[in-house]
Write a protein that binds this ligand. Structure first.
Ligand code: AMP
Ligand code: FES
Ligand code: ZN
Length: 288
C-alpha cells in the first residue's frame, strides 16, 4: 500500500478516513486532526495555562507531545498511585517524556495523603477503580487550582467516551454528562476546568503517533483495571463499520448536567456533595 499524499510506503491504513499514509505524512495528518478537534469543540483556549495529566500510557503521552507541537503553555502532572511495578514503570515513562519534550514534570504521591491504591485494594477490593478515580480527580483539581493552572487536560480518547456511554445506557443508568463532554467549565470557584483534547481521537491513532515519533510511554497496564469488554465491543463495531466511533460521538446529544447547591468538605474544604468529600471519606478509612 502506498501513501496517498506522497506515494512512499504506507505504514497505516486509516479506514475511518479512507486513506493510507507513510511515516512522514501520518504525524502531520494526526497533529492536524487533534488541532482541528480542539478548535471545533473549543477544548482549549488561547493563552490558557494547561496542566497535562499524564499516566505514562500512550494516550496521555501522545496528548502531551501534540500540545508541545501546537505550542501550548503547559506542565505535566503525574500521580504516583502506589501500584507497585505499574507505578514504577509509569513514572519512568513520564520522566522520559518530560525530558524529551523539555516540559516541567510535577510528581505527587498518593501515599503522602495517607494511603495507596494497593492499600485500598487490600481493604476494599470492590472500590479499587472508583476510589482511584476519586483520588486522581481530587489531586489533579487541587494541585491545578493551588498552582494557578486554568485547565486540567486528560488523555481520554473517543473509545473511552463511547464505551462509557454504551455501558451506562446498557445498564439503564442515567448518564453522567460531565464524563461525556470535551470540556467542563467549573460550577464552583474551587473547581478547575477539565478538558479532553483527545476527545475525537482513537487509541490506534495515538499508538501510531507515539511509535512513529518515538514518544516515551509504557505498555504496562494497571493490574486492577476492569475487564475491557465495552471497549472491545466498540473496537468490534469499528472493525465492521469503519468511522462508527467518531460519527457516534459527533452525533451524541450532550446535555450538561444540572448541579445543585455546592457544599464544601468540612475536613479539607474542597467541593463535596455532602458534608465530607469522597476523597476524605477514603482517607478516613486508613486513619488510626
Ligand atoms: P484512565 O482513568 O486510566 O483511563 O486515564 C485517563 C486519563 O487520566 C489519562 O489519559 C491521564 O490523562 C489521566 N491519568 C490517569 N492516571 C494518571 C496518573 N497516575 N497521573 C496523572 N494522570 C493520570
Ligand atoms: Fe486506578 Fe488502576 S489506575 S485502579
Ligand atoms: Zn475533603
Amino acid at each position: 500500500m502506498k501513501c496517498k499524499r506522497c506515494g512512499k510506503k504506507a505504514i497505516a491504513h486509516l479506514r475511518a478516513y479512507g486513506i493510507a499514509l507513510c511515516e512522514e505524512c501520518y504525524p502531520e495528518f494526526y497533529i492536524r486532526l487533534v488541532k482541528r478537534s480542539i478548535k471545533r469543540y473549543g477544548i482549549l483556549k488561547e493563552n490558557e495555562r494547561v496542566l497535562a495529566a499524564v499516566s505514562g500510557g500512550k494516550d496521555s503521552s501522545a496528548m502531551a507531545a501534540v500540545l508541545k507541537e501546537l505550542g501550548y503553555d503547559f506542565e505535566l502532572l503525574y500521580i504516583d498511585l502506589g501500584i507497585e511495578e505499574y507505578s514504577e514503570e509509569s513514572e519512568k515513562a513520564v520522566r522520559d517524556l518530560s525530558g524529551l519534550l523539555d516540559v516541567s514534570l510535577n510528581v505527587l504521591r498518593l501515599r503522602d495523603y495517607g494511603f495507596t491504591i494497593s492499600d485500598l485494594r487490600r481493604k476494599w477490593r470492590r472500590k479499587t477503580c472508583s476510589g482511584c478515580g476519586v483520588a486522581k480527580r481530587y489531586i489533579m483539581n487541587r494541585f491545578a487550582r493551588e498552582n494557578n493552572f486554568n485547565v486540567v487536560a486528560t488523555g481520554h480518547t473517543v473509545e473511552d467516551v463511547v464505551s462509557f456511554y454504551l455501558k451506562n445506557i446498557a445498564g439503564g443508568i442515567k448518564i453522567w454528562a460531565e464524563k461525556l463532554l470535551p470540556r467542563n467549565e467549573p460550577f464552583d470557584e474551587k473547581i478547575v476546568t477539565r478538558a479532553k483534547p483527545m476527545f475525537e481521537i482513537s487509541e490506534r491513532e495515538n499508538m501510531l503517533f507515539v511509535l512513529v515519533r518515538n514518544i516515551p510511554f509504557t505498555p504496562v497496564e494497571c493490574p486492577y483495571a476492569p475487564s475491557p469488554e465495552w471497549k472491545e465491543i466498540v473496537y468490534d463495531i469499528e472493525r465492521k463499520k469503519p468511522g462508527f466511533t467518531k460519527n457516534f460521538i459527533r452525533g451524541l446529544l450532550i446535555e450538561k448536567g444540572e448541579f445543585g447547591e455546592v457544599n464544601y468538605c468540612r475536613i479539607c474544604g474542597e467541593v463535596a456533595s455532602g458534608d465530607v468529600c469522597a476523597f476524605c471519606k477514603l482517607r478516613m478509612r486508613f486513619e488510626g
